[in-house]
Design a binder for this molecule. Structure first.
Ligand code: NAD
Length: 351
C-alpha cells in the first residue's frame, strides 16, 4: 500500500531554507511542494532548483495539497507567518528561535491549541553528537556526581553581517546560538529544576545586539553550568567540559576530539610536588598514572534527519513530538532571564 506523502511549503528560502530542501530530498514520505521568499534572487534560485514557487504567502497557504509549512525566515516574522499558516489549516515547523519572547510564543501556542494544528520547532542541535555523547557520560554516572558542566561555542568573526546584527529582526547571539546551547543544557539536566541564573553579555563588535554571552546556571541541589557563546575568541575554549566527583570529561572541538579521566580509587601517598617559579605545590601536582584511568568517550552516533522522521510519525499519529512546546517555552524564558540578569546585573530566581 502506498503511504501518504506529506507536502511541505518553505517560507524563507535563504541558507537554512535551502538546507531543509536538501535534507527533505533525502527523506521518504515528505516532499517540498514549493517555496515563497520576498527576495527575487532567492525565488530565481528556487526555480533553478526546479522547485515550484508561489507569488505570495497567501498563494502558498491556499494550496490545499500542502500539509505543512516550514518557517525559515529571519526571527521577527516567525510568529506572524506561523499563526497565519495554522489559521489556514497547515501544520508548522518553525526555525529556532521559535520567536522573540515568551508572550509571542504563548500566542503561537494558543493558536496551535485553537486550530488543532501541530506546531514544532527545529531544535536540530538535540541531534548533535557532541551533546549526545556528553549526555551519555552524564547519565552513565561514570564521573560520579556531576557538579559542573561547561558548554561553549567560540568564533572570532563577530556576528554574521546580515539581519543577525539588527535588534528588530531578532538578532544577537543569545537568540541565535544561545537557544541551541541552553536547550541542550536543559535537556541534559532533565527534570532537575533550574534555580538561579546570572549572565553577562558582550558588545565587542556590535553595540546594538549581544555578540556573545556567559550564563551561570545553578540547578536544584547544587550542580552548576556555564553556557557561553563568544564571537571574538581567537583561541577557543573546549566545546564541553564536565566535572564529576570522580572524574572529568572533555570534548575539545567540532571534530569530537575528547577524553575522560577517572580516579580508580587508589590513594596517593607519595605525591611529588611541582616546582613553579615562586615555590612548590602538591595540591596542583599531576596525578600518578596508576591512580587514574584515561578513557575514550562513549561516542554516540545520530542522524539529524530523525527530526523529520519524528514529524512524520507525529502526523501519522504514531509518536509524540520529540520537541514539545513547554520545553521550548522554558528555553525562551531562560533567554529572557539572561537578558534581564545582564541588564540589571542581578541573579534571577528561575524555578
Ligand atoms: P537567511 O537570511 O539566509 O534567509 C532568510 C530568508 O528569508 C531570506 O532569503 C529572506 O529573503 C527571506 N525572508 C525574509 N522575510 C521574509 C518574509 N516575510 N516572507 C518570506 N521570506 C522572507 O537566514 P538563515 O540563516 O537561513 O536563517 C533563517 C532562519 O533559520 C532563522 O530563524 C535562523 O535562526 C534559523 N537558522 C537555524 C539554524 C539551525 O541550525 N537550526 C541554522 C541557521 C539558521
Amino acid at each position: 500500500m502506498k503511504q501518504y506523502e506529506y507536502k511541505i511549503g518553505i517560507v524563507g528560502f535563504g541558507g537554512m531554507g535551502n538546507w531543509h530542501r536538501e535534507t527533505i530530498g533525502t527523506i521518504d514520505r515528505i516532499q517540498v511542494a514549493g517555496v515563497f521568499d520576498i527576495d527575487e534572487a532567492r525565488m530565481s534560485y528556487a526555480k533553478e532548483c526546479k522547485l515550484n514557487t508561489y507569488n505570495s504567502l497567501e498563494d502558498m497557504l491556499a494550496d490545499e495539497s500542502i500539509d505543512l509549512v516550514l518557517v525559515s525566515t529571519p526571527n521577527h516574522v516567525h510568529k506572524s507567518i506561523a499563526i497565519q499558516a495554522m489559521r489556514a489549516g497547515k501544520h508548522v515547523i518553525c526555525e529556532k528561535p521559535v520567536t522573540m519572547n515568551s508572550n509571542d510564543l504563548s500566542e503561537m501556542m494558543m493558536v496551535a491549541e485553537e486550530t488543532g494544528r501541530f506546531l514544532t520547532v527545529h531544535q536540530n542541535r538535540r541531534w548533535d553528537e557532541d551533546f549526545l555523547t556528553m549526555k551519555e557520560v552524564f547519565e552513565s554516572k561514570k564521573l560520579g556526581e556531576i557538579y559542573r558542566i561547561e558548554s561553549r561555542v567560540h568564533g572570532s568573526r563577530g556576528i554574521p553581517g546580515d539581519w543577525r546584527q539588527e535588534k528588530e529582526y531578532g538578532g544577537g547571539m543569545v537568540l541565535d546560538w544561545g537557544v541551541h546551547l541552553l536547550d541542550q543544557i536543559l535537556m541534559l539536566m532533565g527534570d532537575t529544576k533550574l534555580k538561579k541564573v546570572y549572565a553577562t553579555i558582550t558588545n565587542i563588535t556590535n553595540q546594538v545586539v549581544d555578540d556573545g554571552f556567559t550564563a551561570h546556571l545553578e540547578f536544584e541541589n547544587g550542580p552548576q553550568a556555564i553556557v557561553e557563546v563568544g564571537t571574538s575568541n581567537f583561541i577557543s575554549l573546549p566545546r564541553w567540559y564536565m566535572l564529576g566527583q570522580n572524574g572529568t570529561a572533555i570534548i575539545e572541538d567540532w571534530n569530537m576530539d575528547g577524553r575522560m579521566v577517572r580516579a580508580v580509587g587508589k590513594s596517593e601517598t607519595d605525591i611529588v610536588p611541582v616546582r613553579t617559579a615562586a615555590g612548590i605545590t602538591k595540591t596542583m601536582a599531576p596525578r600518578r598514572d596508576d591512580t587514574i584511568s584515561k578513557e575514550k568517550l562513549p561516542l554516540v552516533k545520530s542522524d539529524v534527519r530523525d527530526f523529520y522522521h519524528n514529524v512524520i510519525n507525529v502526523l501519522d499519529g504514531k509518536e509524540e513530538s520529540k520537541i514539545n512546546l513547554p520545553e521550548v517555552m522554558r528555553v525562551m524564558r531562560l533567554m529572557e532571564a539572561i537578558f534581564a540578569s545582564a541588564r540589571d546585573r542581578n541573579i534571577i530566581d528561575f524555578e
